[in-house]
Design a protein around this ligand. Structure first.
Ligand SMILES: Nc1ncnc2c1ncn2[C@@H]1O[C@H](COP(=O)(O)OP(=O)(O)OP(=O)(O)O)[C@@H](O)[C@H]1O
Ligand code: SF4
Ligand SMILES: [Mg+2]
Length: 375
């Protein structure tokens, strides 16, 4: 392994994740690749329904269960048939190709500490999830237990992964207080014995973050960590995320459709639409000088204060993205943005562009990148 690769905590390769639903197969994630480096905050930035949470679920080994749920609870024989077919395939990473038709579930590779997570069985996953990889789920204000003390809830992940049974109470409390301090709960020593009902929404959110940090994981996945809270609390949560990274040196996958959140926290980002990554690069580059027509349209549709200034300077106007994202129950032929792109040509509808490097570390998935007007 080269030194560059040993700096990589998570490497996602050709990841594909399909749900079964009443409408048939939902192609939520289509062959995406990216990596999260040690000590880096990497952002997944994209419109609603573009597949961000589905990627998180795949990394956490939860996608197949969520995806299978509808098939098992419904009377759809077709969905059941697809899952049965998949169970029979030995190579999960390449199941659809082996069978010769599209199958539900996760395919591709998710490399983490030398292991391909796509191939792990649930018992192996349980050791990693909540310990080495932790998750702050989307819209989480209700996931704390109102009857249990903060200290007990924050310590839960430590006890859940204490395979030797050697954890001391003192050591656990020390680690819990450190985690609560990191998320800047304030008066952690005193307040650790309180219950969630005595806390505000923003404080609850920070306790959930502390639970995700207490094991000092290799990777934290934070899904829209600021959606349920107001601006002032958003800023404190973003500060806590950065502090946690600086103090613990951890790596984070941060999911958001909010430019301000992404801009304030992420070192590099991947931009998503319709289950595809269409641009990857440093946050500064991608938000400051976006290369892909979708990224440009997405920034314009919901601009940050900084972007509004730039849009006005250029005499452009803020507008939503015209049209609708493609129907993800159908395979996408060509560019996933072709139905909504101002620069579309016939080739875009016929051939899917490659996500190609256009500058050092900056990749764009567009046939016409070189011909686009300057941003
Ligand atoms: N359990 C499910 N069964 C079927 N389809 C689903 C399921 N969960 C999500 N989807 C679909 O998969 C696609 C990707 O959804 P996902 O939740 O990953 O998007 P997202 O980028 O996280 O969106 P948001 O920003 O709204 O959270 C969407 O079309 C969504 O409707
Ligand atoms: S490939 Fe074509 S349709 Fe897709 S973003 Fe580029 S110009 Fe637009
Ligand atoms: Mg989501």
């Amino acid at each position: 392994m080269s030194s560059e690769e040993s700096d990589v905590v998570l490497k996602v390769e050709n990841l594909r994740a399909f749900y079964t639903s009443k409408r048939g197969l939902v192609r939520a994630v289509n062959r995406v690749s990216f990596e999260v480096r040690r000590g880096e905050i990497f952002g997944l930035f994209g419109e609603s329904g573009s597949g961000k949470t589905s990627i998180a679920l795949a990394i956490l080994g939860l996608f197949d269960d969520v995806s299978r749920y509808y098939a098992s609870s419904s009377s759809s024989d077709e969905n059941k048939r697809l899952w049965e077919l998949r169970e029979r395939v030995t190579d999960k990473s390449n199941a659809s190709e082996e069978v010769g038709e599209d199958l539900p579930g996760v395919e591709g590779h998710i490399w983490f500490k030398g292991q391909d997570l796509v191939k792990l069985i649930e018992d192996e996953f349980r050791r990693i999830r909540g310990d080495r990889i932790t998750y702050i789920p989307q819209g989480t204000t209700k996931s704390l237990n109102p009857y249990s003390k903060i200290v007990e809830q924050t310590a839960e992940p430590l006890f859940a992964h204490d395979e030797t049974g050697k954890l001391s109470e003192k050591g656990v409390i020390r680690r819990v207080i450190k985690a609560l301090d990191l998320v800047e709960l304030g008066d952690a020593i005193l307040r650790k014995d309180m219950k969630p009902s005595q806390f505000s929404v923003g404080e609850d959110q920070r306790v959930l973050m502390a639970m995700a940090l207490v094991t000092v994981p290799d990777l934290v996945i934070a899904d829209e960590p600021t959606t349920a809270v107001d601006m002032a609390i958003q800023n404190r949560i973003l500060e806590a995320i950065q502090l946690a990274r600086d103090e613990l040196g951890l790596s984070m996958l941060l999911i958001s459709n909010n430019q301000t959140t992404i801009n304030a926290t992420c070192d590099r980002i991947a931009v998503m639409t319709a289950g595809h990554i269409v641009e990857i690069g440093t946050t500064k580059r991608v938000l400051g000088n976006p290369g892909h027509p979708f990224t440009r349209a997405f920034i314009m549709s919901n601009p940050s204060m900084e972007a509004i200034k730039k849009i006005r300077e250029k005499g452009l106007r803020i507008r939503g993205i015209p049209g609708q994202a493609p129907d993800n129950t159908q395979p996408i032929i060509g560019c996933p943005f072709s139905e909504r792109c101002d620069f579309v040509i016939d080739k875009c509808r016929e051939i899917q562009p490659e996500l190609r490097e256009v500058d050092d570390g900056h990749k764009v998935m567009c046939h016409r990148y070189e011909e686009l007007p300057e941003w």
